[in-house]
Design a protein around this ligand. Structure first.
Ligand code: AVJ
Length: 323
């Protein structure tokens, strides 16, 4: 085996150890909760891509349409020779819109926890944009305070955090993340942020309870992942996906709910579930203009511009960091 294959094996072993530690801690915690980043193994990422195509899941197509329209204006605000830095890049579909709009970008820096996703995406981008410097960073962007030194110098760092991924964070965590990001982007830095907006609760409910049941599969995949990777013995038919809008908190809440009393082994430890007992899977916070303004202000950003779709479902915001 060559050294890069060994490095990949080691990375996989580390991922598994992180997953196990988080699962055992999360299942021991009251109430039970497993962080949403663990939804994205290979199968979970494919299911999430399928969610983005669902008729009920308006977020992805609405944000893409906004970016297609405002790309030129973003490019004008950002100017030439930016390093575009994407937090949680996945397959980098939306970043292509910015890469193509920006005048002569200095580099594209996708940050992602999945080594395999990152390498595959970087290879494709290098093929499609031969003159673009692609400098992937394999890291959990929630834990990142600085970029590795090998990132090339640029006139400005332009951060990109699309998809309303910020909605996974509670408001306190969101402010902490934005503050850290503002420092990471440095003097002259700016951030393009995608945020899902508050709207008719029925519309929100449907986006997380699709008729085809893909969202349920996506959330239930976490049980399959624990079975595969941690030798757990969850019966996926013994749980259901539960998602609802909590208007008071302004968030969708998603859980795995036990349908009956049951005992489950995970990594050699035994966990008892009562009928109706839940494992929290994720929050998806929704914002209005005032909420976005408060978030930006608390993090030390100023809002330069906001773009929305005609139905005001989603917002793309250009934030200026340090002068
Ligand atoms: C990737 C966090 C933006 O909250 O809409 C979609 C995740 N979960 N359907 C979202 C998700 C269930 C998604 N984010």
């Amino acid at each position: 085996m060559n050294s890069s294959a060994l490095a990949l094996d080691q990375a996989q072993a580390d991922d598994r150890a992180d997953f196990q530690e988080a699962v055992l801690a999360g299942l021991s915690h009251v109430p039970r909760a497993i962080p949403p980043k663990f939804l994205y193994d290979a199968r979970g990422s494919a299911l999430f891509d399928a969610i983005c195509e669902l008729p009920e899941y308006y977020l992805t197509r609405t944000e893409t349409a906004i970016l297609q329209k405002c790309g030129g204006q973003i490019a004008k605000l950002a100017g030439p020779h930016c390093a575009l830095i994407e937090f949680g890049s996945g397959s980098s579909v939306k970043s292509r819109l910015l890469i193509e709009a920006l005048p002569d970008p200095a580099a594209y820096v996708p940050i992602d926890i999945s080594r395999r996703h990152l390498d595959a995406t970087a290879a494709k981008l290098r093929g499609d944009y031969p003159s673009l410097k692609v400098e992937p960073v394999c890291a959990d962007y929630m834990a990142l305070t600085e970029l590795p030194v090998e990132v090339s110098p640029a006139r400005r760092r332009l951060g990109f955090f699309p998809g309303s991924t910020i909605g996974n964070l509670d408001p306190g965590e969101a402010v902490a993340f934005l503050r850290r990001t503002r420092r990471l982007l440095g003097p002259g830095g700016a951030l393009v942020l995608g945020v899902d907006l508050k709207k008719d609760p029925r519309r929100l409910h449907e986006a997380y309870n699709d008729a085809a049941g893909v969202t349920a599969q996506f959330i239930l995949n976490l049980l399959h992942r624990m079975n595969r990777e941690l030798g757990a013995n969850f019966d996926p038919a013994g749980f259901e996906h539960e998602a609802f809008y909590n208007a008071a908190e302004g968030r969708i809440e998603i859980y795995l709910k036990s349908l009956r009393p049951q005992m489950v082994m995970v990594a050699g430890r035994r966990f008892a579930f009562a009928a109706g007992e839940r494992i929290h899977s994720e929050y998806s916070y929704k914002y209005d203009d005032a909420g976005i303004a408060a978030l930006a202000r608390s993090a030390g950003f100023t809002i330069t511009r906001t773009w929305t779709d005609p139905g005001r479902l989603f917002a793309v915001i250009y934030l200026n960091g340090m002068p």
